[in-house]
Write a protein that binds this ligand. Structure first.
Ligand code: AMP
Length: 117
């Protein structure tokens, strides 16, 4: 599925070759607003390192994955929803993943029912 020579959509955004609304950046990841928000707050936490999907991550990615979780909590707090947000990782096309560069969805700002669709 991955084409090593071709940048993913999110790599182009990270490299500022495509526009996006950045809300946070550090040396390991960026956070942008989702272009098609599913809630009043819908952010994407994206590592600079290209990992196609969560199930492709390796033991050496453990600290990076933990960092993404901490950043997700921070940006949810900064958005005013530190105590009521949802994190989603779609893993694989059958689970609705459409961009094959791992990312955490941070969703908040409306009632979030369970189970999700
Ligand atoms: P997923 O389906 O889990 O792979 O999530 C990909 C997400 O990226 C979707 O929620 C899209 O709305 C979002 N998306 C696609 N293109 C862009 C873009 N150019 N800027 C911001 N978000 C995007």
């Amino acid at each position: 599925m991955a084409d090593a020579g071709k940048k993913t959509l999110f790599e182009k955004i990270i490299d500022k070759e495509l526009p996006a609304q950045f809300v946070y950046e550090d040396e390991l990841c960026v956070v942008i607003k989702d272009i098609n928000p599913a809630a009043p707050v819908h952010l994407l936490v994206i590592p600079r390192k290209r990992i196609e999907m969560l199930s492709d991550s390796k033991p050496e990615d453990q600290a990076l994955l933990g960092h993404l979780m901490l950043v997700a909590g921070k940006v949810a707090r900064d958005a005013g929803y530190g105590d009521a947000f949802r994190l989603v990782v779609n893993n694989g096309a059958a689970a609705s993943q459409s961009v094959f560069h791992i990312h955490l969805h941070v969703i908040a700002g409306r009632p979030l029912s369970w189970p999700p669709g």
